[in-house]
Design a protein. Structure first.
Length: 319
């Protein structure tokens, strides 16, 4: 048992370490004077408008056609996210005055880095079955995360006045992430195959997106500002990394999911804040600084929290 727990801890560390290296590298480049924050902000726009659409396209384009899932598991995953979002949309605006922070906090609580953390953790604990199930769930959950994130950030764009529904729909439909995903879905549905000379670069550009986004995040990070945002960060991350994983695990147990199914849906809530949330907030009128702090701090904290959750699950026979 101790060996498996240590192995899980090392998996969590190895999953987190590249993120911290990318962030630290960006921070060091700016501090050394090789680039300034103005350059990083311009690069962030490039990442948002050019790289993330390619990532979204590639995610849809690479979907496997031969997967089958427990429909109850899918419904629980999707409906739980939508229910949580609806609850947060009712509660957060009553507690937070600043509109740019509202969307960022809501996104930080529900949107996890499921794609980069979920698959390796599930594979380590459950082998091929865990890897396959996590990969299938990623294909379903990530589009839900992204589409709803665009809508929520658009709702809280600006000074807090009422959002024009037509403007909201237009902005959502023209969002770079949505456009990239839509084109990818068309290619997937029509079985359009890219030439290998094109498919390779698209895949490589998509692979560059997360490291580049984290590099930019490091270059624009202000540690001095974290103290002023702790009143938002501490309760939000406590809810995200402790309470929500507990609630979804209890629900999955009541619904009779298998150990691997229960763990995969748990990962949706227990993994750190998605990297894309920073770039989206920065480019869609949200508090980019707060969004970046959520990504950095939740990523670092997740090494400890994921280990503790795995230790608990192993102790009570869920793994």
């Amino acid at each position: 048992m101790a060996g498996r727990q240590m192995e899980s801890f090392l998996i969590a560390v190895n999953a987190v370490m590249p993120f911290l290296i990318y962030i630290s590298f960006g921070y060091g480049v700016v501090k050394s004077g090789l680039a300034d924050e103005a350059f990083m902000n311009k690069l962030n726009k490039v990442v948002f408008r050019a790289f993330f659409p390619l990532l979204m396209f590639n995610n849809m384009y690479q979907l496997k056609r031969d997967f089958s899932l427990n429909l109850t598991l899918v419904a629980t995953a999707v409906l739980s996210v939508l229910f949580l979002q609806a609850l947060l949309l009712l509660v957060v605006p009553r507690l937070v005055k600043e509109n740019p922070r509202r969307g960022v906090i809501i996104q930080a609580i529900y949107r996890s880095n499921f794609v980069l953390f979920g698959i390796p953790l599930a594979a380590n604990l459950f082998g091929d079955d865990g890897s396959a199930l996590a990969s299938m769930m990623v294909a379903i959950v990530i589009p839900v995360y992204n589409v709803t994130a665009v809508i929520i950030l658009e709702m809280f764009r600006g000074d807090g006045g009422k959002t024009n529904p037509l403007v909201l729909v237009r902005n959502v439909c023209t969002n770079p992430l949505i456009l990239g995903a839509a084109v990818g879905l068309v290619f997937f549905a029509l079985r359009i195959k890219l030439p290998s000379s094109v498919e390779g670069p698209v895949s490589q550009f998509a692979g560059m997106t997360t490291p580049l986004a984290l590099f930019v995040l490091g270059g624009t990070l202000h540690f001095s500002a974290i103290r002023g945002n702790l009143k938002y960060i501490v309760p939000s991350m406590t809810l995200k990394l402790a309470l929500l994983p507990l609630l979804i695990t209890a629900l999955a147990t009541v619904l009779g999911f298998s150990n691997v199914e229960r763990f995969v849906i748990f990962e949706m809530y227990a993994t750190p804040v998605a990297t894309a949330s920073y770039s989206m907030a920065q480019n869609m009128g949200g508090d980019g600084e707060l969004a970046g702090q959520f990504v950095v701090l939740s990523t670092a904290a997740s090494v400890v929290t994921i280990f503790l959750w795995v230790y608990l699950f192993t102790s009570i026979g869920f793994i």
